[in-house]
Design a protein around this ligand. Sequence first.
Ligand SMILES: *Cc1c(COP(=O)(O)O)cnc(C)c1O
Length: 341
Amino acid sequence: MAYITLNKNNFFNNLDIIARFTKSVDKIALVLKDNAYGHGLVEMASLASAYGVKKAVVQKTQEAKKIEQYFDYILVLADIPSAHESPSGKIRYTINDINSIEKFPHASLVELKVDTGMHRNGIAVGELQEAFSRIKEQGLVLEAVFTHHRSADELSSEWFWQNDIFKKVKEEALKLACGFGFGALRFHSANSASLFRHTDFKEDMARIGIAAYGCMTLPASLHVEGFRPVLSVYANKISSRALKAGQCVGYGGTFEAKEDCVVANYDFGYGDGFLRICSNKYTTSSGKELIGRISMDNSSFLCEDEEILIFDDASKLAESAKTISYEVLTSLKADIKREIL
Ligand SMILES: *Cc1c(COP(=O)(O)O)cnc(C)c1O
C-alpha cells in the first residue's frame, strides 16, 4: 500500500531555522490547515508540540478541536463558532468581514483581520473604528489585529508598502484599544516568505506553514538555506509485465514502448493525490520514469522495483506539474497511512 513518511529530524531542523528568525519558539504559530499541508493534522501537531511549539493556525473549528490538547493557542482563520458551542479558552476566531461581527457569540476570543492590499479577506483599513465599536457592542474579546501579504515571495515593492499600511493600522488600533478600554493587543503579519525578509523580527508571532514543511520556493535573492522536506510518498507494485516494442500503456495508450521492456504498476493515482497533469512527464529523483496516464488508483513506471519513492520533495513534483508545492501536498488524501521516522 502506498504510504507517507514524515521525517521528524527534518521538521525539527526547519523549526530551528524558523526560531532563529522569530527569535523564540513561542512566536512560531504553526499553520496546520488542510491536514497540515497534507502531512497529517494530528501527526504534525504532536511533533510540533514535542518540539515546544505552543501556537497553531487552522482554517476551521473542527480542525482546532482535534489538536486542542497539543497547543495553548489556536487561531481559526475562517469559521464562526455556533452559539451552543462550549467556548474554549484556547481557540481564537478571525473576523474577516465587518458585517460578520454580530454573528460571533458574546465573549468569543477574536482577532481582527485587516485588508492591507490583498483584497481577499479582512476589513478595510478605513473600517477600523467601526469594527472596534461593533466588537465592543457585541461583547467580544479582541486580542489581536493581523494582516496577510499578497506577494511576500516576490522581490518587489509590494511587501514594503503592505508593511507601511500595516504599521499605520497598528498605530490606529493601539489608540482605539485605549479609547474603547480593550486589553493589550497583539499584532502579526508574517507568513513563511515574509518572516525571512525581516532582519530584526519584532512582531508578536509569525504564521508559518510551507517553510516548516521544507517546501518553500523563493527567488534566488530571497532564498534561505537549510530547509529540508519533511514528507515522502512511497508506492508499492501491484503488477508488472513485459512489453514488446510498439505496445502501449494505460488509458488512451499514450505511452508506446520504443523497445522491449518491463513496466510495473504502482498503487498511487490521482485519487490519492498524484496530480494527473504529471502523466507522461515525470521522473522520480531516482530516475524512475512515469509512463502513460496516471489512473485513479495507480500509475505505471518504467521499472520493476517492489516499492518506489514517488517523491521526497514536493517542490520538484510541483515543477513538472507547473504548480506550487502547496497544491501537491494538500492533494494528498487523508486516508494514506502516515509513518513518523
Ligand atoms: C496559509 C496561511 C499562512 C501560511 O503561509 P505559508 O506561506 O505556508 O507560510 C499564513 N497566514 C495565513 C492567513 C494563511 O492563510
